[in-house]
Write a protein that binds this ligand. Structure first.
Ligand SMILES: Cc1cc2nc3c(=O)[nH]c(=O)nc-3n(C[C@H](O)[C@H](O)[C@H](O)COP(=O)(O)OP(=O)(O)OC[C@H]3O[C@@H](n4cnc5c(N)ncnc54)[C@H](O)[C@@H]3O)c2cc1C
Length: 392
């Protein structure tokens, strides 16, 4: 197999405009010509199980709103009455990826004056990570939240390492933000790796393939100038490779591949909650309607991880919803890869085959707060993938 390393600048295009597969081989017998030589002592690549994406396999359709802020996530602290509130919200399409690094910053601020009794509001990715880190730092921690995983927006995310997805607008951040982002991303990446190798795989790596009918082009600038920082952490994941014709089983002539961490969110959420409770963390169902209601809490220091909910609670209209819909297909444990083709991405998670239209660029779904599922679009997205596997 010949594979050339794609320039770093093209990697973003690959990630955003695609998804992937793992290993190279035969897809349901679609391709008869396999490359002959793999070098002495090497076996040919394993066969790839085909994705079954017929409309009858859609078991659920979910919609989620990314909590996007042009200036990046809010991580400052403010005094509300006698409470110190440390904000930790507004992570756009990167909340799972950045949850640990962002949580470290929030916990450091919250505990800077030696406070050991911490309230966390919110039980999505950011709340769970911050609560876990505060516990590990020796605090007594209570999560207060209207909803828990899996009834929170975080449960409706794709579940892939995407640390700069809709994280900010390039022209709206200060000069320190890129380094700040890099530190968050690296710290998060290290923590995610600590959840590898567990029985039910909260975190795994997956191969991801981008398929194209035409030669890959340099990525066009997106319509809204979202900030792009992946070049700062390119060393964390394998480089994007071109996969030669004949060395892949897909019907398209142009194929690229990389591997990325993947979050099996159902299991990740369960592990985080159960570890938190086992380590004496407390969880209480509570809804806040105004910041003044925080006065009712016992704790003097509060980490605010309310995600898109901060828009209403904190009247923070700098949060813009970026809508994303997922069609959940019946899980296929035999499929160990994902693909991206014609604006549709798949990820083969343990809790379902995620099929998602991602649009031409990151502005897709921008300022759209409609959380109603669109069945026709879900079926059309699945049909795009089904078309790659005509024999299934
Ligand atoms: C379609 C889609 C795909 C995505 N894919 C990825 C991906 O692959 N990788 C990635 O890193 N990120 C992804 N994201 C982004 C990620 O999902 C979000 O950034 C992340 O879920 C935000 O988490 P959160 O904890 O801040 O918010 P939430 O998950 O919304 O949690 C907020 C918590 O606060 C509570 N709360 C809110 N308001 C109140 C209130 N007034 N009183 C009490 N409790 C309250 C809620 O009940 C909940 O517990 C995706 C997003 C979408 C929409």
């Amino acid at each position: 197999m010949t594979a050339s390393i794609v320039r770093l600048a093209d990697r973003r295009s690959f990630l955003r405009h695609s998804a992937a597969l793992g290993g190279v081989g035969l897809l349901g017998g679609c391709v008869s010509a396999m490359p002959r030589a793999y070098g002495p002592g090497f076996l040919p690549p394993p066969a790839l199980a085909p994705i079954r994406a017929g409309p009858g396999r859609i078991m659920n359709i979910t919609v989620c709103l990314r909590p996007f802020r042009a200036a990046g996530p809010r991580l400052d602290a403010e005094q509300v009455g006698d409470k110190l509130v440390v904000h930790n919200y507004g992570h756009g399409g990167s909340g799972w990826s950045l949850c640990w690094g962002s949580g470290q910053l929030a916990v450091r601020t919250a505990m800077a004056n030696g406070e050991k009794d911490i309230a966390v509001i919110g039980c999505g990715a950011l709340g769970l990570a911050a609560a876990t880190l505060a516990l590990r730092a020796g605090a007594r921690v209570t999560i207060y939240a209207k909803d828990w995983m899996p009834d929170v927006r975080s449960a409706r995310a794709t579940g892939i390492w995407s640390p700069d997805s809709r994280i900010a607008l390039a022209g709206s951040v200060g000069p320190q933000f890129p380094q700040f982002w890099e530190d968050m991303a690296r710290a998060s990446f290290r923590m995610h790796q600590r959840y590898l190798g567990l029985a039910d795989g909260p975190v795994e790596w997956t191969d991801r393939y981008t398929l194209s009918d035409e030669p890959f082009k340099a990525r066009a600038p997106d319509s809204m100038s979202f900030a792009r920082y992946e070049g700062r952490v390119h060393d964390l994941t394998p480089p994007v490779e071109d996969v030669a014709r004949g060395a892949h089983p897909f019907p398209t002539p142009y194929v690229r591949r990389t591997s990325l961490p993947m979050f099996n969110i159902t299991e990740y959420g369960r592990v985080l909650i159960s570890d938190f409770l086992q380590a004496s963390g407390r969880l209480e169902v509570m809804e806040f309607h105004t910041p003044a209601e925080l006065a009712n809490l016992r704790q003097k220091v509060i980490i605010n991880c309310t995600g898109y909910g901060a828009r209403a609670l904190w009247k923070d209209e700098s949060i813009v919803p970026v809508r994303g819909q997922i069609a959940w297909l019946i899980p296929q444990p035999d499929v160990r890869y994902g693909v991206y083709y014609r604006g549709v991405s798949t990820i083969s998670r343990r809790d379902g085959m995620v099929v998602q239209r991602t649009g031409a660029d990151e502005s897709y779904g921008y300022n759209d707060a409609n959380e109603q599922p669109d069945r026709a679009d879900a079926e059309a997205a699945a049909a795009t993938i089904a078309g790659l596997f005509p024999r299934v």
